[in-house]
Ligand binder design. Structure first.
Ligand code: FMN
Length: 174
């Protein structure tokens, strides 16, 4: 099976994770980018107004009709980050299986609406969703708050460990 890792990252965590996953799975890696660095305010407005911002791709999305995408991106306000939306529209109805992996904050617990958002945008259920949380990397007391997780940058050791966990979860169905 041919795999393509398609990632977006605002502050670097998910791109670093995606790079390692692509390396481990011997997959191509395509990045979704934006011409301008976005502000926190624009993140919130996009999510509130359901916008699909303009984005670019670092390479060809698919080089083979059977390529299986693994999307890697942050969760914002319970949903997949808005810069994925144009790519989701582009591939909707054209992909077989797909998976979604995220290293998100997790200060408010699991992102329970994430899968429904993916189904709504891609028209089908993901084979696997891996929702990894920064909150689980922090000391449990005092309980991690959003401000603690939001500015957290993963170390290389954490990236390697999280990528390994994602690869383990992806293996059965990918
Ligand atoms: C505006 C905003 C909203 C967020 N909403 C969520 C959320 O709903 N659930 C969650 O687990 N993390 C949430 N986060 C935390 C990010 O998912 C987390 O910081 C992630 O590691 C950022 O990934 P990146 O470095 O690839 O951009 C939010 C972050 C921001 C800036």
């Amino acid at each position: 099976m041919k795999l393509v890792v398609v990632s977006y990252s605002h502050t670097g965590n998910n791109n670093a994770l995606a790079e390692k996953i692509a390396d481990r799975l011997d997959a191509r890696h395509v990045r979704i980018t934006e011409s301008k660095k976005r502000s926190i305010g624009r993140i919130a407005l996009d999510m509130l107004f359901n916008r699909a911002p303009r984005t670019e791709l670092s390479g060809e999305l698919f080089t083979d009709v059977n390529e299986v995408p693994i999307f890697v991106a942050p969760v914002w306000m319970g949903k997949a980050a808005s810069p994925l939306r144009r790519t989701f529209s582009q591939v909707r109805g054209k992909i077989g299986d797909y998976s979604f992996v995220s290293i998100s904050g997790g200060a408010d617990g699991p992102n329970t609406d994430l899968e429904a958002d993916l189904v709504a945008r891609l028209g089908k259920s993901p084979a696997t969703v891996v929702d990894l949380h920064i909150a689980n990397l922090l000391p449990p007391e005092p309980a991690p708050a959003r401000k603690d997780t939001m500015h957290y940058r993963l170390s290389q050791t954490e990236i390697d460990e999280l990528a390994e966990r994602a690869v383990e979860s992806l293996r059965p169905g990918t």
